[in-house]
Structure formats: C-alpha cells, structure tokens
Design a binder for this molecule. Sequence first.
Ligand SMILES: C[S@@+](CC[C@H](N)C(=O)[O-])C[C@H]1O[C@@H](n2cnc3c(N)ncnc32)[C@H](O)[C@@H]1O
Length: 304
Amino acid sequence: MDRLKAVLTEAHERLSAEPELGVIDWLATELSTSFDEAMTGGDLQEFQTFCRSHPLSQILLMDPYARRAFEKPRGYAGDAVMLDYIYRPTRSSLDGIAGVIHEATTSLPNAKSILWRRDYLATLINSTMLSRETAEVLSVASGHMRELDRLRDITSHTNVRFTALDQDADSIAEARSTYKEYVISGQAKSFASLIRERAASKRFDLVYSAGLFDYLQDNTAVALIKAMFSRLQSGGILSIANFTRDSHGRGFMAGFMDWCLIYRNEEDLRSLADAACPKTSHRIFRDQPRNVVYLELFADRNEH
Ligand SMILES: C[S@@+](CC[C@H](N)C(=O)[O-])C[C@H]1O[C@@H](n2cnc3c(N)ncnc32)[C@H](O)[C@@H]1O
C-alpha cells in the first residue's frame, strides 16, 4: 500500500494547493493501477479501507455524484437519479474544490462512455423505427430512458412503442412524464420476471439493456440474455452493454465511491453469448471512449 499512500498524499496536496480537473484525471489513472494490483492480490477490501480512511475521501465526497454512489439511497450505486448528473448536467452551484471534483467525475472518460451509450441506443432505436411501421422496443432496467433525449434530436417520428421494465417505479414514472410523445408502457418489476416467465407472448424488434449487466454474475447474465433473446421477433436485435475491465474510472469508483462493478471485456461477452445463444450471429465491439463493450445478437429471420 506504499504506492497507494504516496498517490493519495500527492493528490491531496495538489488538490488543496490548486484544485483542477487534471488532478482527478491523474488520480483516477493511478488508482486504476492500484485497483488492478489489489484485485490480483485479493486485497480489494484493504484497498477500499485505505482509500476511505484517507483525508482525501472527505474532500472527494463533497461531490454530490460521488456522494450519492457512496450513500446508495436506492440501495445500490449508479441509480437513474445519479446518472442524470451526467445526462443532464445543470450549472453547478458548487464552487471551489467541490465544483472541480464534480465537473471531473461527471465528464471524465467513464462519463463520456455513458453519453456514448445513450447516443448509440438512440441510433439503434431510430434504425429499428426506419425499418418497421411501428417498432416494438423493450428496455430492461430502463431507468429514466435518457436515450429518448437523443432520439428526439435524431428524428421527429414517433412510430415506436416502448416497454420500460425497471424495478424502480419512480424511474418509469419519470420517463413516462418526460417523453409524452412516445408510447411507453411501464413494467415496475425485476428482470428476474423475464427469466421466470418463459411463455411470453409479446415479441419485440429491439430488446436492450444498459447499466444492468455490470451488476450481474455470469449465470444470471446468461439466463437473462436467453430470456431477452426469446422475446425477439424474427429479424430483431438484442443489445447489452458492459463496462470493461480496463475502464478508466474503475479504481476511483471502487476506492472512493464504493461502486464495484462486474467488468467484462470482449472475450467475456463472447463467452456469455456462446453460453446463452450458441450459433446465433452476433457482433461485439467497444465504444469510442473505450470503456464499454457491447454485444448485439441477431434473431435471424428463420429462427422464430
Ligand atoms: C445504472 S441504471 C441504468 C439506467 C438506464 N438503463 C441507463 O442506461 O441510463 C440501472 C437501472 O437498473 C435498475 N435495476 C436494478 N436492478 C434491477 C432489477 N433487479 N430489475 C429491474 N431493474 C433493475 C435500476 O432501478 C436502475 O434504473
């Protein structure tokens, strides 16, 4: 932990002397190295305890984004309200060091990947709409559906019906009241219901889930991919996203935000796809900021 101690001390001194975004960026990069070492050595808990007990922790938690992850008012880090700090930034009333930290945590590479994911989903929905009279779309763990902010920018067409499944009824209500031009049916329940209800009658042209698989162990992830895939119409697309093992914020998130994801790379998603839907054509790719990897599975026209 000597290296970690030196990094935290240097970050603390630099932030106290002159708060600037570059210090948080540097700290995040350094913490990723320490995080990887801790994971390899089975010392994650020690890494987290060390970060949290450092005086730097109190300073970093002045940022409401980091604090919300740490305090978990909805039981887990990364809820839809927290993500709105990234999707819909407001001119922060925070000044000084807290303002700098907030700007950094909501604009560094992981945040860029969340915005990239929103834009990608909007493009995917739009292309589904272009090829159907009315596109049927299922979003699993839909949150506030901020991809619809982007969809509004891309097209004025509304030939789409969404089914928004989320365990959080408040998030569904927020999406329905914000995006009134779209038909959105809410299902306030756990994704586990999709796994349990095998004989579902409704089929979709697009089924996607963003911000969920990073919380699921492999066996659950495989069962959910199977359940989602079985709800596709022929010609439909399933898309899931996962933060990568080398994503920029991994050390900062684990150390100071108590936000530990299940990271996956391309080969991990390939294994999930092979286990859930062997022989199904798929595409795996990474986003442009390079922190999130995507799996798309295609329901061939003769498969259903
Ligand atoms: C990180 S947010 C992602 C929201 C949105 N998809 C996005 O990309 O911005 C995770 C969402 O998963 C939902 N969620 C968590 N566990 C769930 C479960 N077991 N079943 C259904 N939704 C769940 C949460 O309520 C939350 O809205």
